[in-house]
Every structure is written in structure tokens, then in C-alpha cells.
Design a protein around this ligand. Sequence first.
Ligand code: SF4
Length: 361
Amino acid sequence: MERPLSFSDYRDLAGQIRTWASELGFRRIAITDTELGETEQRLFEWLDEGRHGEMHWMARHGTKRTRPAELEPGTIRVISAAMDYWPGDAEPARTVLRDPERGYVSRYAVGRDYHKLIRARLQKLAERMREAVGEFGFRVFTDSAPVMEKPLGAKAGLGTMGKHTCLIDPDTGSYFFLGEIYTDLPLPVDAPAQPDVCGACRACINVCPTGAITAPYQLDARRCISYLTIENPGSIPEELRPLMGNRIYGCDDCQVFCPWNRHATTTAERDFRVRNGLDNADLVALFSWSEQAFLDRMAGSPIRRIGHELWLRNIAVALGNAPTSERVVDALQSRTDHPSSLVREHVHWALARHGHHSESD
Ligand code: SF4
């Protein structure tokens, strides 16, 4: 088929893209242009203040992140796609957060890794577009390259930035992944969503365990438990450890307590359903996994990416915050000779919390 040239052809194509996206499991797609001037300024201020912590990759790509055509030449439009992830079969988040002997895993990570799935679906969507219009320039992304996913999604109208810096869709909440297709097709753009969804609410700011939301729309990644448990490769600052409670991989508090998620949509994707009981697992049991058990059980999970060492580091902190009991202390003592000094340091800290002062490194 010939590539359409008229505005109405592109408008029809945009309508078809929405239908195909829905057939491929995306709740919504929306289209925007590539102008991100204000976002660029805010990003550079954030980086200058060092709020990205050890995420040096955030600073590495210069303006490629905020100017899509510098990353993928020829890009003039971004198709932003949303896919819900909240697993309906998971133990209620607040129930697990209240139980200090259980580990809390961010609900986006209790099932299979979303990267491959979303990427493959976006690729299929782009191929359907190619069947309709012939060859065109495109590249698909999901959390995989320097792409300003949330600002682009907001500009396209998929949601409005909340004070916690996640996108909120007033119809469905904030539990959704984003993916993008950068394209050179001059598709009609959608309007941004409503400018403010928070009003006077400050629930996320008040509930954040570590005070990482330092002001509305300002996140200090260095204090964020998602960063501390996933991106941070080293020691977790001691003053933050008691505040982390039982959160061992990511943190959902700012979203769990957001009023927009009271009636959040649950995912229809089988891949995002709970695997390995990670929605409500016993901390001592998780801490006992050997490296091989970790690698086997976490195959296909985003958690595998942090490796066994950081997994043990995170659980050691949660065990340090658990009520003192023989089984908690025994579990920690079983790791005092772990080959990793990082693990040993967190284990010694946790044992000290239970009144067991061992010789630390
Ligand atoms: S908890 Fe309140 S302030 Fe925070 S994002 Fe939700 S609505 Fe906005």
C-alpha cells in the first residue's frame, strides 16, 4: 500500500494505530511531537543538583534524552503507549507492608520482566503500521534508552504528572508501564491531559518512608527506596535503613496511598501475575536462597538484574527491621561469613539491631 500523504490519511492511520494497540494489549496510546524544552531545563537542574545519585547513565547522553531526533534521526512524532501492570492476584499491598516478617516487592516486579513483552508488542504495532503505509522510520523503546518517557507520555495526554512524579490517568490510576515508538510519520498530535490532578493533596509526600519527595514534583532519587534497592550498587546509607521497613525490591507507597489508585485497573497480562510467591514472601525463606536458587527462580524476572548480592543486602536490611526472633537472628548469622563484604556489612548492621554485636569488617 502507498504511504498516505494527506492530513486525513494520517488521521485515519492514527485511529487504526489505536485499534491495533488495543488488540496488542495496550490500554491506551497517544501521540505527541518532540518539543521538550521545559523538561530539558528541569532535567539539567536535577542532574546539576546530583539528585540522580549513582545513576550516572542519566547524565551520560546530554540532550539526546530530551531531543528525540538526536537519538533517532528523523523523529518528528512519538507514539506513547500505556500498559497496566497491577497484578489482581497479589496480596493487598498494605497488608504486606504491615507485616515486618514478610518482604514487600514492588508490584511491577512480582511477575515476569516487562521489557521484552512491551518491546515485542510495540515492534508488532510498528510492523502493522508498515503493512499499512510501507517503509517508514521508527524505533521502539521501553525503559531501554535515554527517553523521557513520563514527560512524553504527559505531553501526549496519557496522564498528568502527580506530586510523586509518576503519571496519573484519572480513569485508571498510575500503575502502568510506558513504551514509545519514535517515528518520522507526521501523525496528528493529541492534547496533553488536564494540568493538575493533585490539588491540595500531599498524601504521597507525607507517606514516603524516606522523605524522598522533597517538595511537590521533586524526587531526590538518593533517598528513594526504589533507587536504594535496585539502582544503588553499594552500601545503603545507615540512616535510611530503619526507614525502609520490609521493602526489599522497589517501593510503591507513594502510589499505594494515592487516592487516584483506589480503583486502579488491574492488568490483563498473564506475564505480570505473581510468580514465586513474591507478593507475600517470608523474609527468612527468601534470605536462605542460594545464588543458584536465586538465578533459577528469578529467571524471567526483573529482579534477576540486581543479582544475588544486592538481593541479600536488601533482605538483610528488612531482617534488621523485623521483630527480634530466633529464626531471624539465625538467618542473619548464617550469612556472617558471606564472601561479599557488602552483604556482611549489612548483616552485621541487622544483627546489631537485634542486640547481637559481631565483629564487623
Ligand atoms: S498522593 Fe495526592 S499529591 Fe501525591 S500524586 Fe496522588 S493525588 Fe497527587
